[in-house]
Design a protein around this ligand. Structure first.
Ligand code: DOR
Length: 445
């Protein structure tokens, strides 16, 4: 029996912030108290007032395995995840082969069991022609179903409306969507090609993958969910206009339509294309400052439920191509919590709200079993954060396989000091422990 006591922490959990201790026994949180006797433990960690929060649950990452492993793999990206305080991830199906059969899903589960540093689950990818397979999926087998209603890395566009309606009608799992209308994007792209030929500037990206493209696709998905009663979760909302489509007058537990916002849409704006170029090319695109502000408002007033990373590594060489050839996406899983803590310090968001959006809400939304909270009897997925430990993102401390970050050169004033995964001290003082104790997610559905 192993007992670790975290003493003198500032615990942020369930809308509260208080001084206290947490005792871990093996994988589980045994006790939370104002002052727990150190003799109960064989290892005592003095938190010295640092913030103790539940491990982050990231509901949208792309770890590129199998098939795209020159960009990243489950081992490399999950190491980066725990260095960023992310103890659980839900990975997306646009790998090669795509995760569109139950066998492919189970193959990924096996890879993660053998190499992941964080708890894991995966999305099953819906396509124009795998409805029968989707129907066979056990609702507890994976986190949910992912549908690309706009094409992106991996060519997984689902554009057959009849099929779409059948998918929405035939599963009670969470359906997560990438919403960007293809027709609108195609028309916009043709216009920019007519003007610039093959040399379109990156600043055109949010005009090609436009507000209208996002709004049309999100609205359609929501209408279909309302018609069919499906459980819809709209990934990476990127415009202020779309936030009007979501409600905040009922608790998350009762919502049938929910929304996620991602780090890059909260941090960058179209003003940053000049400096960062294609490094900040994402689908959906980073848009205007007004959009960014609208997303913050919706996150804070609970129209948006979850804050995630959409971690999507590509090599620097790939990203440095011209606009049309540069792939969309960028690595974020190691730097999202430090970046958001910076926003906390600017007064943009409270720690309690951050914990709600990054830890509690993903657990509620996906019905994840015994994670996402600091509660006695729950898995000890915990993160200690030092709010006064400045560091600069650089090649020496980036853990992504692709070796770069859109935050390179940025100094964050907060650092992740310890990450526990199922009670195992997986990351401390800048080092990942080679031992692993991770689990496939189970669900209370
Ligand atoms: O920018 C993006 N990149 N958006 C996505 O939806 C996919 C991702 C990727 O996998 O590269």
């Amino acid at each position: 029996m192993n007992r670790t006591l975290i003493k003198n922490a500032t615990i942020v959990n369930e809308s509260e912030k208080f001084e206290g201790d947490v005792l871990i026994q093996d994988e589980i949180i045994l006790e939370i108290g104002a002052s727990i006797n150190p003799e109960k433990a064989n290892l005592v960690i003095d938190a010295g007032g640092k913030i103790l929060m539940p491990g982050v649950i990231d509901d949208q990452v792309h770890f590129r395995e199998p098939g795209l492993t020159h960009k990243g793999n489950i081992e490399s990206e999950s190491r980066a995840a725990i260095a960023g305080g992310v103890t659980t991830f839900i990975e997306q199906p646009n790998t090669n082969p795509q995760t569109v059969t139950i066998d492919r899903l189970e193959e990924k589960m096996m890879i993660a069991a053998n190499s992941s540093y964080a708890n894991y689950s995966f999305m099953f990818g819906g396509t124009n022609d795998n409805l029968e397979e989707l129907k066979k999926l056990d609702r507890n087998a994976c986190a949910g179903v992912k549908l690309f209603l706009g094409s992106s890395t991996g060519n997984m566009l689902v554009d057959n409306e009849a099929v779409l309606e059948k998918i929405f009608s035939n599963t009670d799992m969470v359906i997560s969507t990438h919403c960007e209308d293809e027709g609108t994007i195609r028309t916009n792209l043709e216009q920019f090609k007519a003007k610039y030929g093959e040399d379109i500037p990156i600043s055109a990206h949010p005009l090609i993958r436009s507000e209208a493209a996002c709004y049309l696709s999100s609205s359609k998905a929501i209408k279909l969910a309302e018609k069919t009663g499906a459980r819809l979760h709209v990934f990476h909302v990127s415009t202020a206009l779309e936030t009007k489509l979501f409600r905040n007058d009922i608790p998350l537990e009762k919502k049938k339509i929910t929304a996620e916002v991602c780090t890059h849409h909260l941090w960058f704006s179209d003003k940053d294309y000049e400096e960062k170029g294609t490094l900040i090319k994402w689908n959906p695109a980073v848009k205007t400052e007004a959009d960014r502000e609208g997303l913050w408002e919706a996150l804070l007033d609970d129209r948006i439920d979850i804050l995630a990373t959409d971690h999507a590594p590509h090599t620097l060489e790939e990203k440095q191509n011209k606009y049309l050839q540069a792939p969309s996406g960028g690595p974020l899983v190691q730097h999202t919590l430090p970046a958001l803590l910076e926003k906390h310090k600017e007064g943009k968001i409270s720690l309690e709200k951050l914990v709600q959006k990054m830890c509690h809400n993903p657990a509620i939304l996906f019905n994840i079993h015994k994670r996402g909270y600091i509660r006695e009897g729950y898995f000890a997925d915990l993160v200690l954060v030092d709010l006064n430990d400045p560091w600069t993102v650089s090649g020496e401390n980036i853990l992504y396989k692709c070796g770069w970050s859109p935050f390179e050169g940025t100094t964050f004033s907060s650092a992740i000091s310890h990450t526990f995964v199922n009670g195992h001290l997986a990351y401390s003082k800048g080092k990942v422990d080679p031992g692993r104790n991770v689990k496939r997610l189970t669900f209370d559905r």
